[in-house]
Design a protein around this ligand. Structure first.
Ligand code: UDX
Length: 432
């Protein structure tokens, strides 16, 4: 059985840890944050992700394949594969990824290598990072005792466990056959599901990750701009996207127009991709345009909303996480638009099924309520910022009685405009 050490218990690290335990490997997750570790040891996931609590409990208490520790040293003697899954945030005031945690972990790993092992970068890291990790470790360790690998993740928050266990593909970037074969053995449980394993060079693998995320972000920014045109000429962007998506060369996914892409990956990754290219004198002009288009969209949508409302009125904002099924508000377009509207003088009454506590930390000026209905009391407009399922079936007869004015901004196009208009609502969708 392989022994795995995963350094960093953020989103990627923890999902990777529980899923490899689910495959039957022995996994130790390392994090310096002792408060976080205590929670994890008792089986409590520090963030909301469907299915996590169940797998944590199973592998901590029943299979005992999953354990936690605060340092690499003394806890990784038998490790066959180290995974670096620490954060790579955007540097303050710059676009490039801050890799200081990666360098720190590489150095700590180098102190602990006693037998042959692999060191895998799973965090999203700019091209060249994995070979830099190799250099750092070879300062202290004989090159025969380790190999480095790039193995990017493609997990979506809200469905991360399923994405890990049933991925579209696994990408493995190595510089020799031995490490490639070990990685293939690691992912052998997926062979039964006939998952394509793409083996490439290290640099190619690093680029695949950024190119994939940037391409998906491009699709979203593209359809959002088409949506703006649709609104002006009276066309319907959902029908446009549907008909485009039937063409297999285009594909129907990631063509939902909305308030723009957010989250911990896309905004950060498009910036870092363009920034890495710039350093090599390559102008990723499309990616730069995608970034700008997405940033401008926040202001555009905030202004569209405020232009239809009376100054200083009370409004309801439903959905604050950057997408449904997560409590994550990092780079959430909903939070940005809600905050902009507050700054423009509106009283913003909010509700989100899971992200209330994170939202409060980010902007305490918003007023928080315990249900969608409470947040609608005395309000002059409803804004649907994030398409949680519970907003799809709201009781509008009930809501109509407690609203001051019946205006709705359905930024995610979850309602049928005709239905709401028949109930007397002034309806504004995105791109229709
Ligand atoms: C993304 C990638 O999908 C994943 O492969 C990668 O590993 C991490 O980044 P995630 O950030 O969890 O995953 O969310 P995703 O579902 O991709 O959505 C990102 C943002 O785009 C969200 O704000 C979402 O609302 C928005 N989006 C997505 C749209 O506006 N329209 C779409 O059609 C799809």
């Amino acid at each position: 059985m392989m022994n795995l050490t995963i350094v960093g218990t953020g989103y990627v690290g923890l999902v990777t840890g529980v899923c490899f335990a689910e495959f039957g490997y022995s996994v130790t997750c390392i994090d310096k944050d002792t408060e976080r570790l205590e929670k994890l040891k008792s089986g409590t996931c520090p963030f909301f992700e469907p299915g996590m609590d169940k797998l944590l409990d199973k592998h901590i208490n029943k299979t005992k394949l999953l354990s936690f520790a605060s340092s690499i040293k003394n806890n990784s003697e038998n490790t066959d594969i180290f995974f670096i899954t620490v954060g790579t945030p955007t540097r303050r005031l710059e676009d490039e990824a801050d890799l200081s945690f990666v360098w720190q972990v590489a150095d700590e790993i180098s102190e602990s290598i006693k037998k042959y092992c692999l060191v895998v970068t799973k965090s999203t890291v700019p091209v060249g990072t994995t070979s830099e990790v190799k250099k750092i470790i070879s300062n202290k360790v004989d090159q025969k005792l380790f190999d480095v690998v790039s193995n990017p993740e493609f997990l979506r928050e809200g469905s991360a466990i399923d994405d890990f266990i049933r991925p579209d593909r696994v990408v493995i970037g190595t510089d020799n056959k031995k490490s490639e074969n070990i990685m293939k053995e690691l992912y052998r449980p997926l062979f039964l599901k006939e998952t394509p394993i793409v083996a490439t060079s290290i640099e190619t693998s690093e680029i695949i990750k950024y190119a994939s995320n940037s391409f998906l972000a491009t699709k979203i920014a593209f359809i959002n701009e088409v949506a703006d045109l649709c609104e002006v000429v009276g066309a319907d962007v959902q029908q446009v996207a549907h008909a485009m998506g039937i063409d297999k060369r285009i594909g129907s996914k990631f063509l939902n127009a909305g308030p723009g892409f957010g989250g911990s990956c896309f905004p950060k990754d498009v910036k870092a991709f363009a920034s890495t290219a710039k350093k090599k004198n390559i102008d990723l002009s499309i990616i730069n345009a995608v970034n700008k288009s997405n940033q401008d969209r926040i202001i555009k949508i905030s202004n569209k909303i405020s232009s239809k409302l009376k100054n200083n009125s009370t409004i309801t904002f439903l959905g604050l996480s950057f997408k449904p099924n997560t409590d994550d508000v990092r780079d959430s377009t909903s939070m940005k638009i809600a905050s902009n509207l507050f700054d423009q003088g509106f009283k913003v009454q909010c509700y989100d099924p899971e992200a209330m506590s994170n939202s409060k930390k980010e902007n305490s000026n918003l007023v928080f309520f315990n249900s969608a209905y409470e947040a609608c009391e005395g309000s002059s407009a409803i804004i649907i910022g994030t398409e949680w399922n519970e907003f799809r079936a709201l009781n509008f007869e009930k809501i109509s009685k407690i609203l001051k004015e019946k205006i709705i901004f359905d930024l995610r196009n979850i309602y049928i405009p005709k239905d709401l208009k028949e109930m007397g609502y002034e309806y504004y969708g995105t791109g229709k």
